[in-house]
Write a protein that binds this ligand. Structure first.
Ligand SMILES: [Zn+2]
Ligand SMILES: [Zn+2]
Length: 507
């Protein structure tokens, strides 16, 4: 058989980039206008995969993350206090107060937890804050060029987007020095030598501003300008930028014709959508923050979700059962050395596989009420002897969050200390079924044997549907009509314990 291995997408991109001849500098960017969610995570992880792949080729590579904190606040999102934030619309995110009062700015409020999550994901990136980039004067020459070639830019935008920019339009957006806003200002002149811009504002102010920190370039110009300033040669971006006439399309032309710079190698990627709720976006409010998800699963699991799928494929994120299955896949791949390259690119702090199926572990955890000694004892007894105690302890921590927030109802239960009241309503057949089951159960029986016993006993009840008989098991143990697979569940609880409980329920 042909054993030819397919190359991982990150290695394919890395080879292409390395062959391009320019020293690779990978750039990513996010505007911290709201919670930075796991949809945004795809941007940095896509870049990180290529960064690691280039390093593996021995190619020195730059990697940075641009926080677009100099973007103005566009609207008062539902999570903001309207009275406080309505007057701040139009002012840059770096210059307005944070919603909780603990951070130095609005932008920092969303950026800090994101950067912390990047640390946990082992994404080591140089952070560039757009406000500092502008205030430092490093963008001044780009601003001068853009203002001088305004008409070239207008023609490119018209050709590719079909939009007339109008006579008042300028590639530069001044920040009014009286009201601090960017959304009502107009450029009335500039001095390339002095690096200043003249402006008027709808608040009535007018004057002259330094280019350094006195405003910023419009997004479609800002992006290619930044490529030149930061020497960017590789950049992943979401599909909103990669459409025809989108900002990458115009960016290519502006880079070449205005800034005379060859645009970066593009890596367009698809969104991560949240099951049942479509594409994740902060404005829709259907987001899960990265920090939140890192409490539910290890960082390697989130990384693997991005690494195993080609960037052009949509990732459907379902934090319920499918996320638990993903944990199993990562466990299994680690233990068996499967999907090696994607796993290597998913490495974070160090992942210790547990070697116990997640479904079994959460069942055991709930029966043991998360008591580690009891969990270890039950695992030993139910076919998982010798598993790592530290790995189990670590996984239990994640599992408790998953159970509390995302587990499907049928996987959550509490074993009742005493015979539940619900058992009082059992039918004659159900009681007889439990009584026969109790007679057949013995200490030391394993899940498979118990499973066989249950089926064997239920076959003796021709007139009663099996589902009704199973209900008797769950009602007498959990006080509810449904529960986990009975055979392994009884094995976990202890056949001796269940024997007593079923006999009691049978009356
Ligand atoms: Zn805050
Ligand atoms: Zn103003």
């Amino acid at each position: 058989m042909n054993e030819q291995k397919t190359q991982h997408w990150a290695d394919a991109v890395a080879s292409e980039v390395a062959a391009g001849g320019r020293p690779p500098v990978i750039s990513t960017g996010i505007s911290p206008s709201g919670e930075i969610h796991i949809g945004n995570m795809r941007e940095v992880l896509t870049a990180d995969a290529v960064y690691r792949a280039l390093n593996d080729l021995g190619v020195a590579t730059g990697f940075h993350f641009v926080a677009d904190n100099f973007d103005p606040l566009r609207k008062v999102s539902p999570f903001l206090d309207r009275e406080t934030y309505a007057p701040l619309v139009g002012r840059p995110l770096s210059e307005i107060p944070c919603p909780c009062g603990e951070h130095e700015s609005y932008a920092a409020h969303f950026l800090e937890p994101f950067l912390e999550s990047l640390g946990k994901l082992h994404v080591h990136v140089d952070v560039v804050r757009a406000d500092e980039l502008y205030k430092s004067g490093r963008m001044n020459q780009r601003i001068v060029t853009a203002l001088q070639r305004r008409d070239v830019i207008v023609a490119i935008l018209k050709e590719l987007t079909g939009k007339d920019m109008g006579d008042d339009w300028s590639p530069f957006v001044p920040m009014c020095n009286a009201c601090g806003r960017m959304n009502g200002t107009r450029v009335t002149g500039f001095d390339g030598g002095q690096e200043t811009v003249d402006f008027t504002c709808k608040c009535g102010a007018a004057g002259t501003l330094p280019m350094a920190g006195g405003g910023k370039l419009q997004w479609r110009i800002d992006w290619p300008a930044r490529w030149l300033t930061l020497g960017v040669t590789v950049e992943p971006f979401g599909k909103d930028h990669s459409t025809r006439g989108g900002s990458y399309d115009t960016g290519i032309r502006i880079a070449r014709e205005v800034f005379e710079y060859e645009p970066p190698h593009p890596i367009p990627y698809e969104w991560i959508s949240l099951k049942g709720q479509g594409d994740m976006s902060s404005s829709k409010g259907n987001v899960l923050s990265i920090g939140h998800m890192l409490k539910v699963v290890p960082p390697e699991v989130l990384r693997y979700m991005v690494m195993r799928a080609k960037p052009v494929k949509t990732i459907k994120f379902d934090p319920g059962r499918p996320l638990a299955q993903l944990v199993d896949q990562v466990d299994d791949a680690t233990a068996k050395g499967r999907d090696e390259r994607a796993m290597e690119l998913s490495r974070a702090a160090g992942f210790e596989p547990v070697g116990v199926p997640y479904k079994h572990l959460v069942m055991v955890a709930q029966v043991a009420r998360f008591d580690l000694d009891r969990v270890m004892e039950i695992l030993e007894r139910t076919g998982y002897p010798g598993v790592s105690r530290t790995a189990v302890a670590d996984r239990l921590e994640y599992a408790s969050h998953w159970l509390a927030e995302f587990a499907p109802e049928e996987e959550k239960y509490t074993v009742q200390e005493r015979l539940p009241e619900e058992a009082a309503g059992l039918t004659e057949d159900q009681r007889r079924f439990l009584s026969l089951l109790a007679a057949g159960l013995n200490d030391g029986m394993e899940g498979a044997a118990i499973h066989d016993l249950i089926y064997h006993v239920s076959e003796q009840f021709e007139g009663t549907p099996p589902a009704e008989l199973f209900q008797a098991i769950y009602l007498s143990l959990l006080g509810k009509a449904r529960g986990p697979r009975a055979g392994s569940f009884i094995a976990i609880l202890g056949p001796g314990f269940c024997k007593g409980r079923f006999a009691e329920a049978a009356g």
